[in-house]
Ligand binder design. Structure first.
Ligand code: PHE
Length: 489
């Protein structure tokens, strides 16, 4: 099957490549770090149920809408929105919606790469420990042999205090991202996804089976699926679940529009969207079923909730992945090997997402400034690197550097602010406006010729995009950002 010939003649070489690249973009630190952390901080089961509701009824219809616009526009997200608006005789200002998303994606990239740099650091720590243990023929039991529990707990604070190391790792990761994007859609982005995603799935399943046998699987199941019904109505839980669903599916970030533009005409977008959403949601839940059993083998679920509920951890409960989980590995059989594989797996997922985050703005800049892809990738990647490096310092002075002390941001360092600003404001706003555009403004025939839906499915999709998405997203945005509206503030 021929690839799309949009965007300078480059495009996915096959349907599988498109699906894998889109899943690669969706599956990332959002599934492996953000999802478990948000679930932990927002009452476990209640969050998970609301999250699944958001994926099915809001995420999936918007995912389809985004790819439809991209494929019709055959250009960067901003340009595609503009073309669809022009063909629909609507204002070209609608392209701003994609612009908001693109800026969101760019900001996400800045801190995403910092976090991925931590992963690179942990790969180094676990690899060092594993290979020194192999060399010294140490007993198979007991991971991180060279470390005591206290020392494992000190890895992250030591990294936080060492900005130079943190920024160096962030640089390594950003360079890899730039190389993949610089090589282009079919010879860079697609190759990374086609090689890394299958390996990722294999590792995820292997580690989940390991966790099920060696960890506390029952406690993890209870944690992820038991819930107090009252928490389902908590606006903060709802906003977190909505933000997470959009973030995890890479929506409201111009990305799926961008990737849709590289898709060939004969690809059924409804079917691919369903596959992408299913894969992403399964990975989030399976990741929970890998991470929590291992963590709960040394830490009671109640203690974890208490830690995650604390203000300090709102920025993604990073401690779960970078402290609690390694401590658990420290005590488990073959833990340094499994820990090493775990962080390699997270690294693969992070790279395929970072590539997508950068591509969202690179494809726009190539079209806008008519400059070569390599140059644009280096410049934009370099700028995101600088913002991330600046944000990295917020860990060094976490206690007293709170420049934006209001609303949901209060008490957070820069890093957490970027995360909240993007996932809980920019992405939902962009997704909200996009659903209004596709549901009400864009030419019906144009949209229907791309979406691959008919009959009842088409009616349901239209209802969701026209009514449910705009209403639910605006209600959640308002009540989540201003809890006082419901008199609960
Ligand atoms: N969906 C990715 C994740 O879950 C993050 C991402 C957001 C990637 C937006 C691209 C665009 O980690």
């Amino acid at each position: 099957m021929a690839g799309a010939v949009s965007a300078g003649g480059d495009g996915w070489s096959s349907r599988t490549a498109f699906v894998l690249a889109a899943i690669g973009s969706a599956v990332g630190l959002g599934n492996l770090v953000r999802f478990p952390a948000e679930a932990g901080a927002n009452g476990g089961g209640a969050f998970v149920i609301f999250y699944i509701f958001c994926v099915l009824l809001i995420g999936l219809p918007i995912l389809l809408s985004e790819t439809v616009i991209g494929r019709h526009g055959q250009a960067s997200a901003v340009e595609s929105m503009k073309r669809v608006a022009i063909e629909s005789r609507a204002s070209t200002w609608w392209s701003l919606v994609a612009g908001i998303g693109m800026c969101g994606a760019f900001l996400v990239l800045a801190y995403y790469s910092v976090l991925a740099g931590w992963i690179v650091h942990y790969i180094g720590v676990f690899a060092g420990d594993f290979f020194s243990a192999v060399g010294a023929s140490a007993p198979a039991r007991g991971a991180l042999h060279g470390f005591s529990v206290d020392e494992v707990q000190a890895i992250l604070p030591a990294l936080h205090a060492n900005s130079r190391e943190m920024i160096a790792m962030h640089a390594i990761f950003m360079v890899l991202t730039i190389i993949a994007v610089g090589r282009g859609v079919s010879s860079g982005i697609e190759k990374v996804a086609v090689w890394l995603m299958p390996t990722f799935f294999f590792l995820l399943i292997a580690i989940t089976i390991y966790g099920a046998f060696t960890g506390s699987f029952a406690a993890a199941l209870a944690f992820l699926f038991d819930f107090e019904p009252a928490r389902l109505l908590d606006p903060a839980v709802q906003l977190s679940a909505l933000g997470q669903a959009l973030f995890s599916l890479s929506l409201g970030s111009a990305l799926m529009v961008t990737y849709g533009a590289y898709a060939a005409r004969d690809i059924n977008l409804a079917k691919t969207s369903a596959q992408i959403a299913t894969a992403d949601t399964s990975v989030a839940i399976i990741a929970g079923l890998a991470i929590f059993p291992i963590t709960f083998s040394v830490l009671a679920p109640a203690s974890l909730s208490a830690i995650l509920d604390g203000q300090e951890q709102v920025q993604g409960g990073l401690g779960l992945l970078f402290v609690n989980l390694p401590v658990a590995f420290q005590t488990m059989p073959a833990g340094s090997l499994i820990g090493l594989l775990f962080f390699i797996m997270v690294f693969f997922a992070a790279l395929t997402s970072a590539v997508a985050l950068l591509e969202a703005s690179v494809s726009w800049a190539i079209g806008r400034f008519k400059q070569p892809r390599w140059l644009v990738s280096i410049l934009l990647g370099g700028l995101a690197f600088l913002i991330g490096a600046w944000a990295s310092f917020s860990f060094n002075s976490q206690a007293d550097f709170h420049p934006f002390d209001f609303m949901i941001f209060s008490g957070q360092p820069v890093f957490g602010i970027i995360d909240e600003l993007t996932a809980k404001i920019l992405l939902p706003t962009s997704a909200l406006l996009l659903s209004i555009f596709v549901g009400w403004i864009a030419d019906r025939r144009l949209i229907d010729s791309e979406n691959g839906l008919d009959g009842n499915l088409h009616r349901i999709w239209l209802f969701l995009v026209r009514w449910l998405c705009p209403l639910v997203i605006s209600a959640i945005l308002l009540t989540g950002l201003f809890p006082g509206i419901l008199g609960q503030g």
